[in-house]
Design a protein around this ligand. Structure first.
Ligand SMILES: CCCCCCCC(=O)SCCNC(=O)CCNC(=O)[C@H](O)C(C)(C)COP(=O)(O)OP(=O)(O)OC[C@H]1O[C@@H](n2cnc3c(N)ncnc32)[C@H](O)[C@@H]1OP(=O)(O)O
Length: 219
């Protein structure tokens, strides 16, 4: 059961802090396609054993592409507005290049979380880019995914906040190339302090669990 499905206050509008906002539906299909291809490129580069001529040509090509894309860059802190069907005061915002969930970040899996009657839930499958021990997800990345899921629970169920404390218990190895289920929820709200918890599961078995204290941003 969710503890609180009503925001404690109207959500802060990033535009009031000078941050640009892009609607999720405004992200061009061509950019989404590019992000997806570069996501695959990162994995290919990380694992290639191609000959040196192929590598040198790829480096020149990528250098040229990078220069072309850098001609027009977004402002740091650009936000994306999700759940566009929700009323304006209930809209959810996230940073567009968020390393875990950012729409335009090719290094993000990305992790997409949806509301459920119990809190939030998402699924993600990770390749070797996220590898720590052989065949397993890096522990720091596990913490990052939990941080995102716990922070989003606070943001969506209560109000956006910053992580003041995060504790992770690594119960079992988290495998690569395996659908991971990520769940999170708000356990308790005490003024600006929001206590949240969540888990990562593989094949139904908990591999990691996290608890965090989120401090709601003022305003
Ligand atoms: C959709 C979005 C998903 C995002 C997911 C990702 C989330 C993140 O990664 S956020 C980035 C990582 N976190 C940070 O950078 C935060 C850095 N820390 C800070 O900026 C500040 O310490 C901050 C904002 C957490 C708290 O500062 P401030 O707003 O001044 O609050 P402050 O007055 O000190 O504390 C408020 C209350 O919280 C308590 N508190 C604050 N920090 C802690 C802590 N670490 N442990 C326990 N209690 C704490 C205080 O004791 C106080 O309690 P009370 O009201 O009972 O006296």
């Amino acid at each position: 059961m969710t503890v609180n499905t009503q925001p404690t206050a109207e959500r802060p509008d990033p535009r009031a802090y000078g941050l640009p906002v892009v609607r999720q539906s405004e992200i061009p299909a061509e950019l989404r396609s590019l992000v997806s291809r570069v996501h695959d490129l990162i994995d290919a580069v990380a694992n290639t054993e191609a000959d040196t001529e192929t590598l040198a040509e790829a480096a020149r090509t990528v250098e040229g592409l990078t220069a072309g894309l850098n001609v027009a860059r977004r402002q740091i802190g650009t936000m994306v507005k999700r759940d566009e069907d929700l009323p304006e005061e209930a809209a959810e915002f996230g940073t567009i290049t968020n390393i875990v969930a950012g729409d335009t970040n090719p290094a993000a899996p990305p992790l997409t979380l949806h509301r459920t009657p119990e809190g939030l839930r998402g699924e993600v499958t990770l390749n070797t880019v996220y590898q720590g021990p052989p065949g397993l997800v890096h522990g720091g990345w596990i913490a990052a995914m939990l941080d995102q899921a716990l922070g989003s629970a606070s943001s969506i169920e209560v109000h956006p906040g910053l992580t003041a404390r995060l504790e992770v218990n690594y119960r079992n190895p988290t495998p690569l190339f395996t659908p991971l289920e990520i769940t999170s929820r708000v356990d308790r709200v005490d003024g600006r302090k929001v206590h949240v918890s969540g888990e990562i599961r593989a094949h139904g078995k908990v591999t990691a669990e996290g608890t965090a204290l989120m401090i709601l941003i003022k305003g």
